[in-house]
Ligand binder design. Structure first.
Ligand code: SF4
Length: 621
């Protein structure tokens, strides 16, 4: 069977309490306005509830969605991804995440553009999704299994894919993740939402359908151009060689490393855990998401003979300098352990580092010390099972710091632990963290890229940062709705003729001083072209950008109704400019002027609330 326009436009709603299911559809306009993945997920979630604030994230009423995109299963570069959406038990606001595991491809080719699950099963259950509907299967024997073990036990065929949780999700750790293959919906505790529903796994039995792009010639030409850009982009070549650990050395030289809970921004021992060191130390092979052309994922043989996934930059940072550890072998072991238990590596690392500093300050009692990795393995186990000290640590750094003190060094935004980029090395990244809808996530506008990695923008100034934060948020939100890998932005934006042929100093000058002109010269028609070629629905470059903006503002509007205020758009005190003690301290981020300019550009009022005119312009009123 064939899906002819990218969308099967069948969204499967499953109620675990009553063990029933139904199907919903969207209009063509809605599909174009929200693209797929993140956009469609947020729209469906928003439409489902009249009172978003009343949803208990771990209550049966919460909705957990897995949403596909129109380009999934077309073979377009880095396109076999899907999105998760729910209300987060860690932050109490919306959380979305993107994953390149096999579930997306299998679900799409079983004929479903989305699976949205509510209710709670009385007994552990697994859902089996196929083109005719859903089967509810007993999962008592699977309960307690780790993420790889449960996928083994599910007997997945080559056409199948699953999303599963490990023990951390079952035990409702608010930063538990969801696993598909060896990839994760990592942030914000989606695994705990799945656990609260007694749902161990969702299996999609795929390939009943094929997706055939409407405009074949355009599709082939866009894919060719996309692959050409990927192949010649120097930054992506580094990711292919060293994975995202290519950023580790930069974090040391550009001073954005999170040393000992972000007390310092660099340490020469980071040299032991760079991407280059990983490459020398472990014989590696690729281990990527499906249909990937960039190839950032690697596995390597460790000295104990085990073949392990090489950790991402964020994991290396959070379990390396962040806790005073510079041994890559142990980081690899912990990465495995965290993935098997189903714990978000960033939030776990951030919480452990807070506990180490709080212990040193004498406000929290534990055996945790910077530079002492001895008891980390058992502490990770304790968090996943919520036993002993793990019961406290499982609450995350926001709750812990409110209980024990140390809020000024609890490195989170809106309850989500910050990733391994110190904003004092990149003020734009500080703004990106502060205003990001899901909290302390590095991916919102990722301004550390243009500032500290490419040196297009000066890192220690507020100039033009709000403009670029809005631009990149809109583009990345569009990408996460089209569901191609966010890394593709490096090639899409940097490889067309104008940026490629413009000398760096000129590019930097225009980006810093004339950001509107610079944005006007950029070309992201590859992204809108991909949507149009597959679906046959008209989409210009501008339409794609506005769709990204619409989704971004919708999410903000949803969060406002869940209680977010301008007071939440900030950074922990550790990172902020402190005029009184400026002489004694590393200069902090001058955040407020950037936030106010950001609100203005976004069409929010001074309190950060979208104005009626903004909502109306974007069709959200
Ligand atoms: S570049 Fe990396 S994260 Fe992106 S699709 Fe490929 S393997 Fe996945």
């Amino acid at each position: 069977m064939i899906i002819e326009k990218g969308f099967s436009n069948h969204y499967l709603y499953i109620d675990l309490t009553s063990r029933t299911w139904s199907v919903k559809r969207l209009t063509e306009k809605e599909l174009t306005d929200y693209i797929g993945g993140k956009g469609v997920g947020l729209k469906l979630f928003n439409d489902h509830f009249s009172d978003l604030a009343a949803i208990d994230p771990l209550g049966p009423e919460n909705l957990l969605g897995f949403i596909m995109s129109p380009i999934l299963a077309t073979g377009a570069p880095c396109s076999a991804r899907f999105d998760g959406v729910t209300k987060s038990p860690l932050t109490g606001i919306m959380v979305t995440a993107s994953c390149g595991g096999p579930f997306g491809y299998a679900c799409k080719t079983s004929g479903w553009d989305g699976v949205l699950i509510e209710g709670r099963s009385e007994e552990p259950v697994t859902l089996s999704i196929h083109y005719e509907g859903v089967d509810f299967l007993d999962a008592k024997d699977l309960w307690g299994l780790t993420t790889s073990k449960v996928q083994e036990e599910l007997g997945l065929g080559v056409k199948d894919g699953a999303v599963v949780i490990g023990p951390a999700g079952e035990n409702l750790v608010p930063y538990a993740n969801i696993c598909s293959g060896h990839r994760f919906l990592g942030r914000g505790g989606m695994g705990a939402v799945m656990g609260s529903k007694n749902l161990k796994a969702v299996v999609a039995r795929g390939r009943a359908y094929r997706v055939i792009p409407v405009k074949q010639r355009k599709f082939k030409s866009v894919v060719r151009r996309s692959k050409r850009y990927i192949e010649r982009n120097d930054f992506l070549k580094k990711y292919r060689a060293y994975g995202t650990n290519a950023n580790v050395r930069l974090s040391m030289t550009e001073k954005f490393a999170p040393v000992e809970n972000f007390q310092r921004q660099t340490d020469k021992q980071i040299e032991h855990i760079t991407g280059e060191r990983h490459k020398e130390r472990y014989r590696q092979r690729f281990s990527t998401c499906k249909h990937c052309s960039i190839l950032c994922g690697h596995k390597g043989y460790y000295p104990d003979g085990k073949l392990r996934q090489i950790p991402e930059y964020e994991t290396t940072g959070m379990f390396g300098p962040n806790i005073g550890n510079y041994n890559p072998d142990i980081i690899g072991q912990w990465n495995d352990q965290l993935n098997e238990l189903g714990l978000d590596t960033i939030s776990t690392g951030g919480t452990l580092a807070w506990a180490m500093e709080a212990t040193k300050e004498g406000i929290f009692t534990s055996d945790l010390r910077f530079g002492h990795p001895e008891n980390i393995t058992e502490t990770i186990d304790a968090i996943a099972t919520r036993s002993g000290i793990g019961e406290e640590l499982s609450k995350g750094s926001r709750v812990l710091s409110k209980t024990y003190g140390g809020e000024e060094f609890a490195c989170h935004v809106k309850g989500l632990e910050m990733a391994a980029y110190d904003p004092r090395g990149s003020w734009g990244q500080g703004l990106s963290y502060a205003v990001n809808n899901r909290g302390g996530c590095h991916l919102g506008s990722y301004l550390v890229g243009p500032e500290a990695m490419f040196h297009f923008l000066k890192p220690h100034t507020t100039k033009s940062k709000a403009q670029w934060a809005c631009f990149f948020e809109n583009i990345f939100t569009g990408i996460n709705s089209l569901q191609t890998c966010q890394f593709i932005a490096f090639s899409v934006l940097l490889e067309p003729p104008i940026p490629r042929l413009t000398p760096l100093p000129i590019l930097g000058f225009v980006m810093s001083h004339l950001p509107k002109l610079a944005i006007g010269l950029l070309d992201w028609s590859l992204l809108s072209g991909l949507f149009e070629a597959v679906t046959g629905l008209k989409m210009s470059q501008k339409d794609f950008y506005v769709a990204g903006e619409r989704i971004q503002v919708l999410e903000r509007w949803m969060n406002i109704r869940m209680g977010i205020t301008s007071a939440d758009d900030t950074l922990p005190k550790r990172f902020l400019r402190d005029t009184e003690h400026e002489e004694e301290k590393t200069p902090g981020v001058d955040l407020q002027p950037m936030v106010q300019e950001y609100y203005e550009l976004r069409g929010y009022d001074e309190e950060g609330i979208p104005k009626a005119s903004t909502l109306e312009r974007l069709g959200l009123s």
